[in-house]
Write a protein that binds this ligand. Structure first.
Ligand code: SF4
Length: 154
């Protein structure tokens, strides 16, 4: 069975920076969970950050909190954990939370803490992509399902 690395907050784990979650209520998603396909990880927690924690955004090649603390090392460590899990479990793909400085894919916040978006990837999404792992957001379940069907028909 093809496995999928996923953002833990999308499965309801309260790991978001503010102590909340981003539980995804979607029948297909919940079906994949019931099948045991989904491998949850919060890269920011894996990198050693606590919950709740200060909001952070990518600024160039660094990640900086709203208060100006550089948390790039923690984000990089979390990304390494995610890659190790993805490779160790031979996941088919990742489905990660949109816009996050770790998990975002295609678009992320611009570093000004003003909800403005720019093209780019979060630290974890970028590392996974660099190693050939396809990354989808929770808004791309159709594409993810098509990829899963393609892989399982081979
Ligand atoms: Fe969710 Fe990823 Fe943020 Fe963790 S780092 S709370 S998994 S979006």
């Amino acid at each position: 069975m093809q496995k999928i690395l996923v953002s833990a907050c999308l499965l309801g784990e309260k790991v978001r920076y503010d102590g909340g979650d981003n539980l995804l209520q979607d029948e297909r998603w919940l079906g994949w969970q019931r099948e045991g396909r989904l491998l949850p990880l919060c890269p920011e927690c894996a990198g050693g950050l606590s919950t709740p924690r200060a909001a952070a955004e990518r600024v160039g090649d660094r990640v900086i909190t709203r208060g100006g603390i550089d948390v790039s090392e923690e984000f990089a460590l979390g990304a390494e954990w995610a890659l190790a899990l993805a490779q160790g479990e031979k996941v088919a793909m990742a489905i990660l939370k949109a816009r996050s400085p770790s998990c975002g894919s295609g678009q992320i916040y611009d570093g000004s803490f003003s909800k403005k978006l720019v093209d780019g990837d979060g630290v974890t999404a970028a590392l996974l992509k660099a190693h050939g792992i396809k990354v989808f957001t929770e808004a791309q379940l159709d594409e993810a399902a098509a990829e899963l069907a393609r892989l399982e028909s081979n």
